[in-house]
Design a protein around this ligand. Structure first.
Ligand code: 13P
Ligand code: SF4
Length: 349
């Protein structure tokens, strides 16, 4: 666990991190990407961290990979590449850097390390987990294989390296349907997200059997919430992530991964949109889509929200929180992740 008071004392000895309207003004171009969602006083607090992190990245030959659920000051302020789980995994392989800081959760950093074993991968907070990754171990995969002999195992990237290593191929929410459909067997095992699996099953001709895991952010939404919201706010486009239960997805106008959501809203430009997903998703795209009014409640991921500018600066400064994957497990896990990436490239995803 990070010792925050100690971290603050050390950082203040090396960087001037006090709120500054001068630094905020200096970084006005960066602020322009988030001014709809970040207030000027908050920007004056963030800007000195953004400046320090971006300078340190150059010194360390480091890049930051930011998931779409990062808060706007991380997403727009310091991330070199942003996207959904598939996009950032694919980017990890392409970047020319010695150090990668994963602005996301632990399974994402592990995936990066699996794909780039020669690079130093740093996690701003090792406790940034995921309810899906915690729901299954490699024994669970063996249990499913024993129950459905011969069926291939398609495993969501939201899992540990051990679980990926025990699987045949990985998927993300942006390629799950295509990957399941491409399996030769009629029965396909999907782990560990029961709702993603059920949503895929509803669109696929395969017999999809699944593990009972779920995302604590998306499982909270109910179809009744969506119906009430529609009644209360007519004309709003409801856009759900496929980690939501199937009756929620059925009630929505569109369902897709975080990059699918961005594409849909960019193409359609609805007057009002409610994103049935993690809160930062709407905040991060609000400034590039000024014509869309993002309305309605959202749910916060407590794991994603463990990542902060302060912790990013800390790991870049100290090199602490390096992510390691056992080389043997890493090799097997890499085969599952690479199979997914290759299939996604072949399918043009
Ligand atoms: P995607 O960005 O792949 O849609 O994943 C959502 C998610 O919950 C990641 O933790
Ligand atoms: Fe895991 Fe859900 Fe948080 Fe994504 S949003 S990291 S799936 S708990």
């Amino acid at each position: 666990m990070l010792d925050l008071p100690h971290l603050r004392t050390v950082l203040s000895e090396h960087y001037d991190l006090s709120p500054s309207t001068e630094v905020a003004q200096e970084l006005a171009d960066t602020y322009a990407r988030m001014e709809r969602v970040v207030t000027p006083p908050d920007w004056a607090i963030y800007a000195p961290y953004v400046k320090a992190i971006n300078a340190l990245k150059k010194e360390r030959n480091a890049v930051i990979l930011g998931h779409n659920y990062m808060t706007p000051e991380i997403f727009h302020g310091v991330s070199d590449f942003v996207g959904d789980s598939l996009q950032i995994a694919m980017k990890a392989q392409e970047v020319d850097a010695d150090v990668i800081v994963q602005a996301g959760v632990h399974f994402m950093a592990e995936t990066t390390k699996i794909l780039c074993p020669e690079k130093t991968v740093l996690m701003p907070d090792m406790d940034a987990g995921c309810s899906l990754a915690e729901s299954i171990t490699a024994d669970g995969i063996e249990e499913m294989r024993a129950k459905y002999p011969g069926a291939p195992v398609v495993t969501y990237v939201n899992t540990t390296a051990d679980v990926k290593a025990a699987s045949d191929i990985c998927c993300t929410s942006s390629n799950a349907l295509q990957i399941v459909n491409a399996m030769e067997s009629d029965t396909v095992i999907m782990t560990p997200d029961q709702y993603l699996a059920q949503n895929v099953a509803n669109q696929s001709h395969k017999n999809v059997v699944y593990w009972p895991g779920s995302c604590i952010v998306h499982e909270q939404y109910t179809a009744q919430d969506l119906r009430e919201f529609r009644e209360w706010n007519p004309g709003t486009r409801l856009i759900a992530h496929p980690e939501c239960p199937p009756d929620v997805v059925a009630e929505a106008d569109f369902s897709g991964s975080t990059s699918g959501i961005l594409k849909y809203v960019t193409d359609e430009k609805p007057e009002k949109a409610m994103l049935i997903t993690e809160c930062s998703m709407a905040s991060n795209i609000a400034d590039q889509l000024p014509e869309v009014d993002f309305v309605g409640p959202c749910n916060m991921c407590p794991y994603m929200k463990k990542i902060s500018l302060e912790k990013i600066l800390w790991v870049l400064h100290t090199g602490e929180n390096e992510v390691f994957v056992d080389p043997e497990i890493g090799k097997k896990a890499r085969a599952s992740v690479q199979a997914m990436i290759d299939m996604s490239r072949n399918l043009g995803l």
